[in-house]
Design a protein. Structure first.
Ligand SMILES: Cc1cc2nc3c(=O)[nH]c(=O)nc-3n(C[C@H](O)[C@H](O)[C@H](O)COP(=O)(O)OP(=O)(O)OC[C@H]3O[C@@H](n4cnc5c(N)ncnc54)[C@H](O)[C@@H]3O)c2cc1C
Length: 308
């Protein structure tokens, strides 16, 4: 049967911790539920080698193990998963239509849990060498850089986590940060600064990415001295922030100045029956525990909306 006209009680957009948690709750409540994920199920946290602050795992757990278990838990209750990208939503009275290239899905409620997308550096060579040395995910691509020199660009938790993850493979890691202070939490900073394979280049920006078939150098500049240099690296991991994945929601939902979805106490947006959960929600603290909590709240309230 074509999937294009299939009906669900709830469609969940995004398979990170927020969407997976929502899926556990809606499926367990016997609401027919479809989760649509455009990339890898698990969301951003699959980039974390070890999650140390999710309750219940005293010795930490990898992001992949954590979200694989969440997905299995939701699937056990009947959650369906589709690998596709949601490109639009149409509201027809109480009925909502979720649009993807594979088809349209009719649903009573929608939980938007699309998280955020990595920001680009925007320098020459970045686009050209993406997949040829430029990466946005150390967990996905780190193994390609065994015994090589690499650069990580950024200064927040994600960048520091990426640099630490790369110590498993690379022989040398430059962490390039445009300021003189990291934004990452103290515990991550301590780990980073204690690792002899990581060299932090403070007050430095990447100006260009160079190579032939693959990346072999980057041009950097110290913003205080204006001194320029070329670094020999085989890989560049870009970790300079993220923005809410709400491009397809403009005009339908209220977004804040950063593009995150504005939702009320019940995590319902201005459109009845459409809920927002996790990093995509305005005011989110952008942590797994909060995303999972949001997923549960949105799911319970979606159930109440449908029952009404
Ligand atoms: C390297 C790294 C380390 C981190 N470490 C920690 C940590 O130790 N502890 C912690 O609590 N948090 C950590 N975080 C933050 C944590 O990963 C996020 O807070 C959490 O993943 C947010 O979950 P989410 O479900 O809201 O969004 P996401 O995890 O971003 O998942 C959203 C999903 O939606 C999908 N999607 C988006 N738009 C669409 C669309 N239109 N159609 C279909 N699918 C779509 C995306 O592909 C993505 O898989 C880390 C993040 C990174 C990057």
């Amino acid at each position: 049967m074509s999937k294009s006209l299939k009906k669900y009680d709830v469609v969940i957009i995004g398979g990170g911790p927020a969407g997976l948690s929502a899926g556990i709750y809606t499926s367990r409540a016997r609401l027919s539920s479809l989760l649509i994920e455009k990339g890898a199920v698990g969301g951003q946290i699959i980039n974390a080698e070890k999650v140390e602050n999710f309750p219940g795992f005293a010795d930490g757990i990898s992001g992949i193990d954590l979200t694989t278990a969440m997905h299995r838990q939701a699937t056990n209750f009947g959650l369906e998963t589709l690998s596709d990208e949601v490109t639009g939503i149409e509201v027809k009275g109480k009925e909502k239509v979720v649009k993807t290239p594979q088809g349209h899905f009719i649903t009573k409620a929608i939980i938007i849990a699309g998280g955020s997308e990595r920001q680009k550096l925007g320098v020459p060579g970045e686009k050209e060498y993406t997949g040829k040395g430029v990466s946005y995910c150390a967990t996905c691509d780190g193994a390609f850089f065994r015994d090589k020199s690499v650069a990580v660009v950024g200064g927040g938790n994600s960048a520091v986590t990426e640099a630490l993850e790369l110590t498993r493979f690379a022989s040398k890691i430059f962490l390039i940060h445009r300021r003189h202070e990291l934004r990452a939490t103290k515990i991550l900073q301590e780990k980073l600064l204690a690792d002899a394979r990581i060299e932090v280049l403070w007050d430095t920006v990447v100006e260009e990415i160079l190579g032939d078939t693959f990346v072999n150098q980057i041009g950097v500049k110290n913003v205080k001295t204006d001194k320029k240099a070329l670094l020999d690296v085989a890989g560049v991991f870009v970790s300079v922030g993220s923005q809410p994945a709400t491009g397809y929601l403009k005009g339908l939902l209220d977004l804040d100045a950063a593009g995150a979805v504005i939702a009320g106490d019940k995590l319902e947006t201005g459109v009845p029956g459409i809920f927002a959960a996790g990093d995509i929600r305005s005011g989110s603290i952008r942590q797994v525990i909060a995303a999972a909590g949001d997923g549960a709240i949105a799911a319970v309230n979606a159930g109440k909306y449908i029952a009404e």
